[in-house]
Design a protein around this ligand. Structure first.
Ligand SMILES: [Ca+2]
Ligand SMILES: [Ca+2]
Length: 348
């Protein structure tokens, strides 16, 4: 019971943070059987300054600069090292047109971005409402500046940087709900969804066996497992692949279903199943048994997009921790392995 009370308190803290637009958000569950309307054309990227920016589920995860993904956070550097954070000025971020996607459909052009201008988590070290208000088409709840996109902010804004932690932006054709974020917002004109994308197709015994094999290889003692699959043409060769997200199941209250007697540990696993039915591990993370509940985490899918329009699809996921979390993008490198190329951090 003690554990449950502590976790409930932490969840309440995270929920409180949601009021500031910076918290863990509910997993979006797509309707079974929904199919994407196709990938669309892969136009050359020709924006004036040659950079693209990516907001995944509202969080600025990073950018594409000279054809290379740049992460908003470099997790290899310590917390107190300034170089850990890539700095993005508001002027550079919002002087572009943006397009939005849901996880399973293209939403088209975005005409508004709502920015929290208050002080505190997800906002600034000191309030900036008066700074943004003159350039906003309207204010929401007194502390969200709604900028028209693209927005030519004056030179001063080149020196105002996006908050490094918990920075969320609602980007939409018209922002109506400050707690809703598109799965992807970007100014990259070549970004697209996979052809034939379908979420939640169910899974096969072969999939289950592949999950078991990956976990046994990692030496993981695991229990109740949630599995979600997505299928589509993820490498643009006209054939269908699947991506399998597997993780420790949670009960209705959000507590991980781990059997302490068996020393089961939490895990998050992403597998890629090629059209030749070979499985590879894209991502695996394992935790500790039930003894330290504050080290528990869950991994959720955020989307599968070709972010740079090169025909190879990136996988976006989020990690929900005790009182914080991160949103990250996995991309296949030249050697064929999967790297985490962009990350954002959020929480309280
Ligand atoms: Ca394919
Ligand atoms: Ca790509």
């Amino acid at each position: 019971m003690t554990f449950k009370r502590i976790l409930a308190a932490a969840l309440a803290a995270v929920m409180a943070c949601a009021l500031f637009g910076c918290a863990a958000k509910d997993e979006k569950k797509p309707d079974a059987g929904q199919t994407a309307p196709g990938g669309g054309s892969r136009a050359e990227y020709t924006d004036a300054d040659g950079k693209a920016y990516y907001f995944i589920n509202g969080s600025l995860v990073g950018s594409l600069e000279n054809g290379v993904f740049v992460s908003a956070v470099d997790e290899s550097l310590p917390w107190d090292d300034d170089r850990r954070y890539h700095r993005y000025s508001f002027r550079e971020l919002f002087s572009h047109e943006y397009v939005c996607f849901e996880r399973d459909s293209a939403l088209g052009a975005a005409h508004e971005a709502a920015i929290y201008t208050g002080e505190g988590p997800g906002g600034f070290s000191e309030e900036k409402t008066d700074t943004f208000a003159p350039y906003a088409s309207r204010m929401e709840q007194d502390c969200f500046a709604v900028l028209p996109l693209p927005c030519e902010l004056p030179e001063d804004f080149a020196g105002i940087y996006a908050p490094e932690y918990g920075f969320y932006v609602n980007i939409s054709d018209e922002v109506r709900d400050l707690s809703e974020y598109p799965a992807l917002a970007t100014n990259h004109r070549g970004a697209c969804l996979p052809d034939g994308l379908s979420w939640d197709n169910g899974y096969s015994e072969r999939d289950e066996a592949a999950i078991a094999r990956a976990l046994e290889t990692a030496g993981v003692v695991y229990g109740e497992t949630d599995i979600l699959t997505a299928s589509g043409d993820f490498d643009s060769d006209g054939r269908t692949e699947s991506v399998i997200f597997a993780g420790t199941a949670a009960d209705a209250e959000g507590f991980l279903m781990l059997d302490a007697d068996r020393s089961e540990v939490p895990f998050g696993l992403i597998l890629y199943c090629d059209d030749n039915d070979e499985y590879e591990t894209v991502y695996i993370r394992t935790g500790e048994p039930l003894t330290d509940i504050t080290s528990h985490f869950r991994i959720f899918p955020e989307g599968i997009f070709d972010l740079d329009g090169d025909g190879s699809f990136e996988i976006a996921a989020s990690s929900h921790e005790w009182e914080w979390g991160s949103t990250f993008v996995l991309s296949r490198n030249a050697a064929g392995a999967w790297d985490t190329v962009m990350t954002a951090e959020w929480g309280n």
